[in-house]
Write a protein that binds this ligand. Sequence first.
Ligand code: SF4
Length: 419
Amino acid sequence: MAATAPMAFLQHVCSAPLTRAIRCRSISVPSAPARATHVDSHVLLGLSEVELQQLAMDMGQQKYRGKQLHHLLYKAKAKDIQAFSHLPQAFRNDLKEAGWRVGRSPIHQSVTAADGTVKILIQLEDNRLIETVGIPVEDDKGSIRLTACVSSQVGCPLRCSFCATGKGGYSRNLQRHEIIEQVLAIEELFKHRVTNVVFMGMGEPMLNLNSVLEAHKCLNKDVQIGQRMMTISTVGVPNTIKKLASHKLQSTLAISLHAPNQKLREMIVPSAKSYPLDAIMKDCRDYFLETGRRVSFEYTLLAGVNDGVEHAVELAELLYRWGRGSHVNLIPFNPIEGSDYRRPYKKAVVAFASTLESRKITVSVRQTRGLDASAACGQLRNDFQKSPLQAAADDNATPAHGLLQNDLQKSPVLAVSGL
Ligand code: SF4
């Protein structure tokens, strides 16, 4: 078995009981990303050095002021234009008068687990909360690898049956800068640069692909995180894997599979109904052919549901049918309040992994990190949203892809205010 990876809590984990999963079977996945909410035209965070130089010149400044702006945003991590102390006061005033702002948000709450994992809640401009997790891991040579697990949406419309985020409902897509700022917040908290980014926090990245791609570009070029150090995870949204492949990123695509056959998958991931397993596997094979990047498969082990040796055999056959060289990340379910799912026994995890390995499939079993920090995705935010304050009835809060509208109106996603 391969060495355990450090990101065990990165389960897109959930908590709704099985009965809820069955109820949600009618969920369908939109075939196109939501409306273009990815760039706020007066937010500095997300702009490249060239764009910042152009902005400086447009405002009557010399070009090098743009380079200074770039340093202030991405290295000094200034949160406010007033904090741009390297810049003349007149330029700062001009920026503010023209309506520019940095685009950083305050941290509402943070929780630190015994193993050093830190989960934070960031309070966005509209008072909505998103979760971000920082996971430090020390390697054999004593260097720290710091992974940021970032959210791509406020909540998630897909409602996978084991996921706390899905249970909390969906509000809106994140804009580009709202994704980037999560990484900067983790760097500040740890006083260490983020080495890896995984798009495995709240939300389905493929439903907000424009923002995710824009943020990915900025994190690579401006924050200087290598493309190979980033992973984009999805449960599968029709027509988006192909679109992602066309960008030829050198990042890893991780498919949250969770089941070896369509019937079981539909029960665990209700949205799977609109994207059959064979279609996903075909798109993954095409992704590999187009990018040369191996796809990894995430598999959350749920005791007595999908963790049997017979499931492992079926999974191996599925992966073998669609091409060799697959890698599987096994994630023992991280228990959450209100869930009927249980964590698998260690011997079941070992048997599952050995079955795959004996069929020449490489496997990692993720350590569970931060169990004591409301580790499952969406769990911390849900803790703070037990008392609803405001229904998301405005236009922004309506699911842009027309998803689950009725369900969401019955159970609106809530903004947290006055915190
Ligand atoms: S796609 Fe959404 S509901 Fe499913 S695991 Fe990820 S965050 Fe949770």
